[in-house]
Design a binder for this molecule. Structure first.
Ligand code: GDP
Length: 472
């Protein structure tokens, strides 16, 4: 036990004695005592058998390519406030009603499936990058494509830039919907021009970013936009294995008066069936009934399908993982375990957060080759000055990458982006908002505030020196 704890046998014996247990180096101690003593050494003791069950769920075997089948793309809509995200989603959802494909009354379950040219596209109904990054933060990489809405009469705005950087950090495909083209003063070309500054060059400007002019109001261009989504999906060839127990992400959950706790789950792999024992976040149960986004009851559902399920014992949290267990008992055991650990296992694959103070040790342990930063300042001039000075600190061993820069206080969105991307936030003559500070504490995100640019560069340089690999 001492060996595992990486401490001296005498220290363990001493702790045992303090608890009134007289033990020698070869004696066996029971599990509860081991947990207690482990805590004294800041170690979390778990039963091996349970660890094995959990590992089987969280560290999946790599998929055999032969089992992978095409699946519909999962799309999220992002963009600046009032640029038309909600209107666009509404217009998109009406596509099927107009095409007479509706098979029931649209239910608001948190995600919807739209059919075009006989192919399906799954849309997450919550617009905005906060929801998107909140999911990513919990380890759920549920989306493939981000539709970035930019109003043609307003152009690229601060939250447009935020959304671009959130989508880029997540590595999802970006399709631009230039909205409100029906409006007087709409200038799609200006939008394309402004996007170039953010690394998105429209196809007709010689780049590879798909830009579709649309009007959520008149519905002009909506079909074209959906066809572009299918085109990207075809190129990217999204696949999943439908022939295994289902797993995926909770999209929405609530307590329904009649049905009890219900959750909308987005199936990412496998097939979910009525009767399956299931773990959803910290809740568990058996799938009693399933409906799709049109309110139709289903017996089974495959990858990229959002379904509302009944039969779990508690309301889970959006962004949590769900998966099918082998038995009711196992579902219960795992749910209890996850609950006890406060979701630790769910996010165990997220690397340790980077901080300026322990950069050096993190580098030595791992393989950090990139220092990601988010820069917020009071004026645009400072953002640019800091950006160019810091990027210049890059060298052959370590690249400094400013994943987001902007004017204004450090907000929750910045902290979420930093957390999901493992970045450090640097503020110049700005302060974090109260909610951002709280979130940064929860997420262990390092925020550094400066008044003088030189001091920031000095700090970074010092940290970077530690980042350099020793040269022999
Ligand atoms: P969100 O904040 O991004 O979700 O934006 P909304 O969908 O709420 O739209 C903001 C405002 O823009 C609303 O008053 C909409 O009616 C209006 N709007 C959205 N799309 C269009 C459009 O294509 N044309 C026009 N003229 N107005 C639009």
């Amino acid at each position: 036990f001492a060996e595992v704890l990486k401490c001296a046998i005498s220290d363990v014996v001493k702790k045992l004695m303090q608890k009134g247990i007289m033990a020698t180096a070869t004696q066996t101690i029971d599990f509860d005592t081991a947990v207690e003593i482990g805590l004294e050494f800041k170690a979390f003791v778990e039963l091996e058998q349970e660890v094995e069950i959990l590992d089987a769920y969280f560290n999946e075997e790599p998929e055999d390519p032969a089992n992978l089948k095409p699946r519909p793309p999962v799309v999220v809509v992002m963009g600046h406030v009032d640029h038309g995200k909600t209107s666009l989603l509404d217009a998109i959802r009406k596509t099927n009603i107009q095409a007479g494909e509706q098979g029931g009354i649209t239910q608001h379950i948190g995600a919807s499936v739209v059919k075009i040219n006989g192919k399906s596209i799954t849309f997450l109904d919550t617009p905005g990058h906060e929801a998107f990054t909140a999911m990513r933060l919990r380890g759920a990489m549920a989306t493939d494509i981000a539709i970035l809405v930019v109003a043609a009469d307003d152009g690229v705005m601060p939250q447009t830039i935020e959304a671009i950087n959130h989508a880029k950090a997540a590595g999802v495909q970006i399709i631009i919907a230039i909205n409100k083209i029906d409006k007087e003063g709409a200038n799609p070309e200006r939008v394309k021009q402004e996007l170039i500054e953010h690394g998105l060059v429209a196809e007709d400007w010689g780049g590879d970013t798909i830009c579709v002019p649309v009007s959520a109001m008149t519905r002009e261009g909506i079909d074209n936009l959906l066809e572009m989504v299918l085109l990207v999906a075809e190129v990217e060839a999204y696949t999943a294995n439908p022939k295994k127990p289902a797993r995926g992400t909770i999209v929405e959950a609530k307590l329904d008066k009649g049905k009890g706790p219900v959750a909308t789950v987005l199936i990412q792999k496998g097939t979910l069936r009525v009767g399956d024992p299931i773990i959803a976040g910290t809740s568990c149960g058996r799938v009693r009934a399933m409906i799709d986004d049109k309110g139709r009851p289903l017996k089974e559902a495959g990858p990229s399908t959002p379904v509302e399920i009944q039969g779990i014992d508690e309301v889970p949290v959006a962004g949590d993982a769900f998966f099918v267990a082998r038995s009711d008992k196992e579902a219960r055991t795992i749910a209890d375990k996850i609950k006890a650990q406060g979701r630790v296992k769910l996010i165990q694959n997220t690397p340790q957060k980077v901080t300026l103070d322990d950069l050096f040790s993190q580098i030595k342990e791992g393989e950090m080759k990139e220092l990601k930063l988010i820069v917020k300042a009071d004026v645009q001039g400072s953002v640019e000055a800091v950006r160019s000075s810091l990027v210049k600190l890059s060298n052959d061993e370590v690249a400094v990458n400013i994943i987001h820069g902007g004017v204004g206080a450090i907000n929750e969105s910045d902290v979420m982006l930093a957390s999901a991307s493992n970045a450090i936030i640097i503020g110049f003559n700005v302060r974090p908002e109260a909610m951002a500070t709280q979130k940064a504490d929860n997420e262990n995100v390092d925020i550094r505030l400066y008044k003088v640019i030189y001091n920031a560069i000095e700090d970074m340089e010092a940290a970077m020196k530690g980042m350099l690999e020793p040269i022999f």
